[in-house]
Design a protein around this ligand. Structure first.
Ligand SMILES: [Zn+2]
Ligand SMILES: [Zn+2]
Length: 293
């Protein structure tokens, strides 16, 4: 077995115990309340294990790798905090699917029926229940929204997509901080599997280190490009106040050449048009605003 896995295996082994998970959660909560570090006695009382020897045994197992012992008590190491964050975000929670909820003011781009959002297979979905086309499918943690408030699913889906787009446009993986490869591709691949549209070009973002990836139409990849944000701002449309997918309704794309790749994206608002040219690395190499006439 690869030596690279020894560390993770030991860490996962450490976590397969209820008392140790309780210690991590208790220390995480204390840090969130700005109440850390916790003394041995306080931590033991909060975790609720009476047997000193047994509690000390589990705490010692965690110490150094996930928990730091300071002069004034115990707190999470950054590695322990990462695990606590995964627990509270619900990454390991049981996920239930939700019923579709209508999305205010949005229609299916394929058949015109009301668009809907739902959660299934650990993924946020935006699409149409009438013609079954999808606009977006993207993994978000099951605890990132409140099942009693359907609108919170939309907010969570939008927030995760926006956050991940901001990281990927900087070339950084939002999940492991690895390097992200960005490129245009001819093959719509996964995108064409879930909607009827045929894509002349698709923007693909892929982490070189972990398994994270995002495939999208070229206009969607440019959502938070400075030229796009400022163009919409000049027309009183604040991109960051909207759902990330709502800007695409203003945009069209056209392949100018494939060797080298040049795709033109144009957005029209009122009597002005923003025209952007994108290269094979999904970088904007030209932009101009013209009268749409
Ligand atoms: Zn439809
Ligand atoms: Zn990654």
């Amino acid at each position: 077995m690869s030596g690279d896995l020894d560390g993770p295996i030991e860490t996962f082994d450490l976590l397969s115990n209820e008392v140790r998970l309780d210690i991590l959660r208790t220390l995480g909560e204390a840090m969130a309340e700005d109440d850390a570090p916790l003394s041995f006695t306080d931590l033991q009382r909060r975790v609720g294990v009476e047997d000193n020897g047994r509690f000390n045994y589990h705490l010692t197992k965690l110490t150094d790798r996930l928990v730091a012992k300071r002069e004034d008590g115990y707190e999470l190491e950054p590695s322990g905090n990462n695990i606590y964050q995964s627990i509270v975000s619900g990454a390991y929670a049981e996920d239930g699917d939700t019923d579709p909820v209508p999305v205010d003011g949005e229609r299916c781009p394929y058949c015109g029926a009301d668009a809907a959002a739902w959660y299934a297979d650990s993924q946020f979905h935006l699409g149409c229940r009438a013609c079954e086309n999808l606009v977006i499918r993207y993994p978000i943690p099951p605890a990132s929204f409140d099942r009693n408030r359907p609108e919170s699913l939309l907010a969570a889906g939008g927030a995760y997509i926006l956050r991940d787009q901001a990281a990927m446009r900087q070339g950084i993986c939002p999940y492991c901080a690895g390097e992200v490869e960005s490129r245009l591709a001819e093959d719509g691949g996964k995108l064409e599997e879930f909607n009827e549209r045929v894509y002349a070009s698709v923007a693909r973002f892929r982490c070189r280190r972990c398994s994270w990836s995002m495939h999208c139409g070229v206009p969607f990849a440019l959502n938070i490009e400075p030229a796009v944000v400022s163009f919409f701002h000049d027309h009183d449309i604040e991109i960051f106040d909207r759902h990330p997918w709502s800007i695409c309704q203003y945009a069209e794309d056209r392949v100018l050449s494939q060797d080298p790749w040049r795709v033109e994206v144009s957005c029209r608002v009122g009597d002005e048009r923003l025209r952007l040219t994108v290269d094979g690395d999904v970088d904007v190499i030209e932009s101009e605003i013209e009268s749409a006439g």
